[in-house]
Structure formats: C-alpha cells, structure tokens
Write a protein that binds this ligand. Structure first.
Ligand code: NI
Length: 226
C-alpha cells in the first residue's frame, strides 16, 4: 500500500527548514548505504546524529504520532530516526530495496524496516526530475509531492530516485517497524479502520459499530507483534 499523507508541515515551516538546510554541512550519502546500494547512490546526506537532522526528525515524529492517517496505516512500533538528504546537480539513487534491519548509531535497539517514508521539503516546481519511483503490485508509481507532504510505502518495494537535473530536492526519509509486519494485513486493518471511522461519524449510535470495532481489535490482536 502506498499512502500520501498531506500537510505534515505548513509552508512557513518548510521554508524555515529549507533555509536551515542551505547553511548545513552535508556529507556523501553513501555513509548509510550498504555495500551494493553505495554503488547506486549519488546524493548528499546530513550525518546521522547531526543536530539539525535530530531537530527536524524530532519535529516530524511529534507530528506523525498525532497524525491519525499515519497511526492507522503504519501501526508504528518503533522508528529509525529520520535522516535528511539532498539531491542536486544530476544526483540520483538507482533501483534498490532498503536493508531489512537498521541500527541507529549509538543505540542497541534495531529497527525492522517494514515501512519506508519520504517527506518532501522542496516544492515540485523548484526542481526537475527527483521523482521517487516505487514498484508495487499496481506497477510503477511516480511520486513528487508538495513541500510538507509525505509518502508512506512498504519497505519490501523496489524503488529509486530519478536524477535531479535542475534545482535541489531536499527531503527527509525514515523507516518504521510496524506492530503488524505484513503489508497486506496492515492494508486490511487500515481499510477497516477507515470504514469504522466513517460509520462513527455517519451513524454513531448503530449497535453494530461496537461489534465491528471489536472485530478490528480481535484481528489486530491476532497479528500484532510487540
Ligand atoms: Ni531506499
């Protein structure tokens, strides 16, 4: 399942983030790439633990934890702290699948990468190329979102970032370990949760709502890993 989560940050906020990132000291993106993907990856990245990356990451996670769409779709257990990257001057990242397990620097806890997410900081009209291409069961999806918006997609998918041929593409990305490992099970729970929310608005007193909500939780209990 591929999900667009709009407006996590407002236009003023992304403007401030871009200004701060323009002053930052960037490193080669290969620092967090595995052996194979290092050959495919041509971009810049803030080093893990960089104060600005930490600040932006903390603000993102605070928003996400309050975002009903993210909570319902990702059913997050834990996340790998967001990293910030920059594609410019022909920079690209060829097709790859992200590593299955990530260990944040200085942490003993490991994160299984069930879901990947990209939050765009640059406006689409400010750069050419730079689309995130994701291969899923419905074919290839090309994603290039307004600044402040995020895309969430299964960590199992093959994906790439097309070369940026004009301007600069600033974005943040991170991984989530979900309470529910399988994408198909998460997608089913997300659909069901959405329908229950809608019914709660439209027919709040219908007695079947209690049974339906109970069934959602009983399915979740079956599949949850904590
Ligand atoms: Ni990737």
């Amino acid at each position: 399942m591929l999900l667009h989560i709009p407006c996590l940050f407002g236009k003023d906020e992304v403007q401030r983030i871009r200004e701060a990132l323009e002053q930052a000291d960037w490193a080669d993106g290969k620092i967090t790439a595995g052996y194979q993907s290092a050959k495919a990856k041509h971009n810049l990245q803030l080093p893990e633990g960089h104060p600005l990356a930490k600040e932006i990451g903390a603000a993102m996670l605070e928003r996400l934890w309050k975002n009903p769409l993210f909570m319902s779709a990702a059913l997050p257990h834990k996340v790998f702290p967001p990293l910030v990257n920059c594609y410019t001057a022909g920079g690209s990242f060829d097709f790859h699948i992200d590593n299955a397990v990530r260990q944040p620097k200085g942490s003993i806890e490991r994160v299984r990468t069930d879901l990947s997410a990209t939050l765009f900081f640059s406006e689409p009209e400010d750069y050419d190329g730079g689309e995130l291409e994701i291969q899923d069961t419905f074919g290839t999806q090309r994603v290039k979102l307004p600044a402040g918006d995020m895309v969430l997609y299964p960590g199992t998918s093959l994906h790439k970032v097309n070369a940026v041929t004009r301007g600069t593409r600033l974005a943040s990305f991170f991984w989530t370990q979900s309470l529910v490992r399988e994408d198909s099970q998460r997608a089913l729970l997300f659909e069901m949760d959405g329908a229950i929310q809608q019914l709660t608005r439209d027919v709040p007193d219908h007695p079947s709502l209690i049974r339906l909500t109970g069934t959602y939780h009983n399915l979740l209990r079956r599949w949850v890993e904590v």
